[in-house]
Ligand binder design. Structure first.
Ligand code: ACM
Length: 546
């Protein structure tokens, strides 16, 4: 067992404790283009473990050597799905070799080196000794991702997170080789990004959040800094503006866009609405690092199907005219979807709830939904109807040649309450409070019991990627966010990256436990599931967390 998540594709293990890395060990980048990556790795290892490696060293004295190569000994097939930067998938493959004389990380492009170093960081943390040196086993690792798109969608509206806090999330994603951070930047409760021609969005619109939480927004400059921070870790930021539903903050800022449709809907036939959409999309084109933008499209409750399709079709046309490839939540398959479209599938619930919602007898439904789920009975009809209509979304999209990002709420919504108890008694309150009660509690083992290809049945070729989502109705602070993110995010990354036969929970949990010292050392809050033997670090006690 090598204590790495996601599990590398091929590993050959040799002598135990063959190589010691200490404070005088050096890291050398063979190509100047890798210098920044080498320095970030050194900084990361300090934050992960307290071990200070040094940059530089001669060809024969460096302990860790990073180099780009023209070819790797093991050639992997290209990953499934779409590349988040819009081109052919970047080759993220790497070879990591640990021998008694040193470590080499080889890849075809810098992103491969970044992925290889994420593996090395976990190996270093797991082999740390009492005196803060690492005693690595000999190993040969050849690795490559299963899916090209490995994302996390984060709600920064219900709770606004500062750029510093978002960087913590990016750090966790990078450790597990995830490569898309999808930021949900607008919703009923607030608007989170500067749009030049519509200043009230970030004046009035950014004020609120869920309940009495503080609002906020990212300036374009701050957003660009986040894009750079993410890109340095080979992560792409995907901005989402949610339209035509979930538009309450827009209508608060610009009441003149309000139509008779409702307080959070944008009517495409109302004066000014498409001009607004056009300006927003043009602004997204300027800030998005790649060709993809997310334009929402979910839960437009109360909107007539024709008006909904008109809006989505108009938004798609505007996006394409701006040189963008729009992504919509799955409801958008009820518009003029074509083969260049991408939808995000989210409406997959627990089998027993699906059965109830589809049963057709709302009387039974009201009785069958456990009381503590907190679904208001008055909403049941709407939810059941929404769910029934949604049953054909994905099949219709696939039939038209569109691609599907997999975010089934049943397994990839991380705002689901944990079932098992925490080992750390101070976490009982978080454990009880956090997560949406509409989802039955599930253990992290149950959440892990999922496979993307099985999820899409007969059409694995239609999978664009795999993306977890974290909505923040119940999450008010960065600690609470991290508590819901870890450890489940690691399990999502395992499914999205690891090729070969899917890991069993019994095997995976043995790799999960050794992650804890690194998380501790970084000061990351995580749910101390009682299903895992969490390792303790010899140095954790000595080093203050940030
Ligand atoms: C969603 O959860 N409304 C996409």
């Amino acid at each position: 067992m090598i204590p790495v998540i996601p599990h590398p594709t091929r590993t050959v293990v040799g002598a135990v404790g063959a190589l010691a890395l200490g404070p005088d060990s050096s890291v050398r980048a063979e190509e100047p283009v890798l210098a920044g990556i080498a320095q970030r790795f050194i900084d990361d290892v300090v934050d992960d473990t307290g071990l200070h490696l040094i940059l530089g060293g001669g060809p024969s004295t460096s302990s860790i050597v990073l180099s780009l190569v023209a070819s790797l000994s093991v050639e992997f097939p290209p990953p499934l799905g779409l590349s988040p930067d819009g081109g052919d998938p970047v080759n993220e493959s790497y070879r990591l070799t640990v021998t008694a004389t040193g470590v080499t990380v080889e890849a075809l492009v810098p992103t491969g080196i970044v992925r290889g170093l994420a593996t090395l960081r976990q190996l270093i943390s797991a082999s740390l000794t009492e005196d803060a040196t690492a005693l690595l086993d000999e190993v040969l690792i050849d690795d490559s991702p299963r899916f090209a798109w490995r994302g996390l969608s984060l709600d920064v509206v219900r709770t606004f997170f500062s750029t510093e806090q978002i960087r913590r999330v990016l750090d966790a994603m990078a450790l597990f080789k995830m490569n898309v951070l999808h930021l949900h930047l607008s919703d009923d409760q607030g608007w989170r990004i500067e749009i030049p021609r519509w200043p009230e969005l970030t004046e009035a619109g950014a004020d609120g959040a869920m309940g009495d939480r503080p609002g906020g927004y990212y300036t374009r400059h701050e957003f660009a800094e986040l894009v750079t921070y993410a890109a340095d870790r080979s992560i792409v930021i995907l901005p989402e503006i949610d339209m035509p539903g979930h538009s309450g903050a827009v209508l608060r800022a610009y009441p003149e866009l309000t139509s008779s449709m409702g307080p959070n809907l944008l009517d495409p036939n109302h004066p000014g609405v498409l001009e607004f959409a056009s300006d927003v999309i043009a602004a997204l084109a300027q800030i998005a690092p790649g060709p993809f933008v997310h334009l929402g499209g979910d839960e437009a409750f109360g909107m007539q199907p024709e008006a909904y399709a008109t809006f989505v079709d108009a938004a798609r046309t505007l996006a394409v005219a701006a040189g963008l490839r729009p992504i919509f939540w799955q409801e958008a398959s009820r518009s003029s979807l074509g083969s260049s479209d991408i939808i995000q599938h989210w409406m997959a619930l627990d089998p027993e709830i699906e059965a109830l919602l589809l049963s057709g007898d709302l009387g039974d439904l009201a009785e069958g939904v456990p009381e503590d789920l907190g679904i208001p009975t008055a909403m049941l009809t709407t939810i059941a109807e929404m769910f029934r209509i949604a049953q054909t979304d994905v099949a219709r999209a696939i039939e038209r040649g569109a691609k599907v990002i997999l975010s089934p709420a049943s397994h990839l919504y991380l705002d689901r309450p944990y079932a098992e108890e925490p080992l750390d008694p101070t976490q009982h309150d978080l454990h009880r409070r956090l997560g949406l009660k509409v989802y039955p509690r599930r253990t992290i083992a149950e959440s892990f019991d999922w496979d993307p290809v099985e999820a899409l049945g007969e059409h694995p070729e239609a999978i664009a990627g795999v993306e977890a989502a974290l909505w923040c109705e119940t999450i008010a602070t960065i600690d609470e966010l991290e508590f819901m993110l870890l450890p489940r995010l690691a399990g999502v990354a395992e499914r999205a990256w690891a090729s070969g036969p899917g890991a069993s929970w019994a095997e995976y949990r043995l790799r999960l436990g050794p992650q804890a010292p690194l998380w501790h050392h970084r000061g990351w809050q995580f749910f101390t599931s009682s299903l895992v033997d969490w390792a303790t670090s010899p140095t954790t006690e000595d080093i203050a967390t940030p």
